[in-house]
Design a protein around this ligand. Structure first.
Ligand SMILES: [Zn+2]
Length: 136
């Protein structure tokens, strides 16, 4: 998966702004390969929680509709972790309903050094890391 520096900065900025709650959103673009992000949709975390996220269902409905209209694919679902590593939690794995999507997780465990990792979540027990690249 390839993100532009501007998209990556936007994800980090949202994660910092929402801290100490988890931030979440959708990255849309071309399914690829290579999967290329073209648009970012910051979403409201309906859980308003420091430990979980739930994309606001109404916003998600509107975003999916807009993506269909514009011929964009769901490339990734991103969210932040505030106090744990960038790895899918048990709950993240339980609620990963899009096996075709990349799950990008940003951790603010070290506030000054945010780090991200990306995964495909096939089911509860099958998590594969996928490379992601920030490039113009
Ligand atoms: Zn999580």
């Amino acid at each position: 998966m390839i993100l532009t520096p501007a998209h990556w900065e936007a994800v980090l900025e949202q994660a910092r702004r929402e801290y100490p709650r988890e931030a979440c959103g959708i990255l849309a673009g071309r399914a690829g390969p290579p999967q290329r992000v073209e648009r970012i949709y910051p979403m409201t975390n309906a859980d308003h929680s420091p430990a979980t996220y739930l994309m606001d269902p109404q916003e998600q409905f509107r975003v999916f509709k807009e993506m269909r209209r514009d011929g964009l694919d769901l490339v990734a679902i991103y969210h932040s972790h505030t106090a744990s590593p960038a790895y899918p939690s048990r709950r993240d794995r339980d609620l990963a309903f899009y096996p075709e999507a990349v799950y990008l997780i940003v951790t603010l465990q070290e506030r000054e050094r945010p780090a991200g990792r990306a995964f495909r979540i096939l089911d509860q027990d099958r998590v594969e890391e996928v490379p992601f690249q920030v490039a113009g």
